[in-house]
Ligand binder design. Sequence first.
Ligand code: NAP
Ligand code: GLV
Length: 325
Amino acid sequence: MTAGKPRVFVTRELPAGTLEPLAGWAEVEVWPDFQPPPPAELRRRLAEADGAITMVTDRIDDEVLAAAPRLKVVSNCAVGYDNIDVAAARRRGVMVTHTPGVLTDATADLTMALILACARRLPEAEAALRRGEWRTWHPLQWLGLELNGATLGIVGLGRIGRAVARRALAFGMRVLYWSRRRDPEAEAAWGIAYRPLDDMLPEVDVLTLHVPLTPETRHLIDARRLERMKRGAILVNTARGDVVDEEALVRALERGHLGAAGLDVYSREPVPPDHPLLRVPGVIALPHIGSATERTRRRMAELAVANCAAVLRGERPPHPVPEML
Ligand code: NAP
Ligand code: GLV
C-alpha cells in the first residue's frame, strides 16, 4: 500500500468501472469472493481501512468498529442500513451513508410483481401446467384476485411506498396507507387515504410493507395484526424479514387465514431451503432481489462510491443516513 493514500475496503465486487472515482488517490481493496467476508476477516481488513463500502450482508457492529481505529466512513451499498450500528458509529465519529432513491423504482416494480404473482396465483398455475395438469379451460380453475377495485394497504409511505402507491393506482386499486407521518399532499393529489394501522388491516385485500427495520418496526406485523387481516388476504414484504413475525406468518398461512404471501426478505438470509415458510402453500419466495436490475445496481454502486469518496476528501457526503444529519 502507498503511504498517505486513504485505504478503502470494498466487501464485494461492484459493477465494472464504478470504483473509478477512487482511482489514483485511494488504495482500494475488493474482497474477491462471491460470499461475504467472514466476520473475523472483515475485522482484519477494516483494521487498516479509512473507508468501507459494505453490503446488507455485512454486520458492522460496535466490535467491528472498535477494531477499525482509522475508519471514517461506512458507505452501505443499500438504502436500508439495519446491518450497521449507527449509534456506535456516531459515538466513534464514523460517518454512515446509504443509497436512497436510485433503487426505488426497481423495488416498487418487484413489489408489484409479487402482488400480481400472488393475486393471480402464477407459480401454482405454471407448476400445474408443467406437471401436465392443464387438461382443459375450466371456468372455475385457478381463480385469483382482480387488482382493479381491490384495496391495497401500504405500511410506510416513503420513497418505495409512494412508488408502489402510484403503480397500484394505475392498476385501479383503492389505496390506503399507514405511516409515521400523514402525507396530506399525497392524499389530495392521488386520492389515497390514511388509516391507523389496526384500522387498515381488516379493510385490505393486499398489505405491502415498506418501513425500515428499527426497534419500533421489528415484528410490527405480529400474530395479533395478522389475525386482524381479512381472511384470504395477501401479505407482501419487500422491506425486511423481521418487520413480520415469521412464525406467526407461517401459522396464519397454514390455517388458511392468509391466502398468500409474497416475500423478498427474511429474518435469516439466505432463508434455509427447509424453512417452514417455504413449505406452506401460497408463498412466493424470492432471494432479496428488490434492487436487482443492471441499471439500479450500477447506480447504487456509483452512489456508494461517491459517499465514501466525499467523506475521505473531508466533504459532506451526498447521502448520510438520517441519524447523521
Ligand atoms: P424511506 O423513504 O425512508 O421510507 C420508509 C417509510 O417508513 C417512511 O415514510 C418513514 O417515515 C416510515 N417509517 C419509518 N419508521 C417508521 C415507524 N416506526 N412507523 C411507521 N412508519 C415508519 O425508505 P425507502 O427508500 O422507501 O425504503 C424502505 C425500506 O425498504 C428500506 O429501509 C429497506 O429496508 C427496504 N428495501 C428493500 C429492498 C429489497 O431489495 N427488497 C430494496 C430497497 C429497500 P418518515 O417519512 O417519517 O421517515
Ligand atoms: C436492500 O435491501 C436495500 O435496503 O437497499
